[in-house]
Design a protein around this ligand. Sequence first.
Ligand SMILES: [Mg+2]
Length: 329
Amino acid sequence: MVAEIIEFQFRRYERKFRKPLRTARGKHEVRIGFVARLAGPDGTEAFGEIAPWPEMGSESVAEAEAFLTSVAKSGGIPGFFAIPSTLPACRWGLSSALESLRRKRPLPSKTFPVAALLPAGAEALQRGVELRETGFQVFKWKIGLADARTEQNLFRVLCRAVPDAVFRLDANGGLDNESAREWLSFLEGMPVAFLEQPLAPAHMKELRALAAESSVPVALDESVGTWRDWENLRPAGWSGPVVVKPSVFGSVDEVRRLAREARVVVSSVFETSVGVEAILQLAGEVNVSETLGLGTGEWMEEDGLYLHGSGPLLRGGWVSPGEIWARLA
Ligand SMILES: [Mg+2]
């Protein structure tokens, strides 16, 4: 496996959010990651994105950079099994590049509906109306940023303002047990696909209890940030949705295995089009039935690194990752 690769390079990117991203866990203004390029002896090249997001349990940007630097110095990439599980973003980025190098020709392109991420708070109203008009039907909205009554009133208004839509509410682990329970009963009968990660990952027992009691599905996200998390969690089982961010979860094979074992909702960590393309290829293969949570392209400033467009449908197989690579030179 090592012998087939003659070149390894990586380039760093630094992208700005148009507006700071606010979640119950903090504020993000800049997104830093890497694009790696592998080249085979016959001149074929392939690209992978390494997009750490430590909030989800991945390595830090500095840890990823140190690993990529060591790989570049050693002159060839190790089999991705040799990439430690403590570096899931590197595992994903390098395994997806390796697979596409071996594949030689691209997979047939598929088109997927995507969910749009709404801004937090009252800004969601106008944006939701605009995005609904462009054809989006599934929306993600962050909760747990203000008091529950304010957010619930706002959500009622949002449901009326944005008709025939389905919402994914995401608490990013920011609720306590009592308010999670209150939210779930408030959401009964509302157009909600699920309440995502109401409690912090440490409260797995309580999350199971909430899921068992509620008619509104409870989804896990931060609880299953990486393959290691899933290995710890699966003996006790989880039948609800699992939001997976492939870019920070682990190797491509580990994401495939998760997709066989759980009801997977694919989601983004604000990748460039290199990462988005890798996720679309995988989604085409593992037969995900859910709307993809990849409608985040327009959250970043226009920098030429995201070329998939911002509409309600994403099509794989037509953006050339080499173009993104060239722009990072
Ligand atoms: Mg989430």
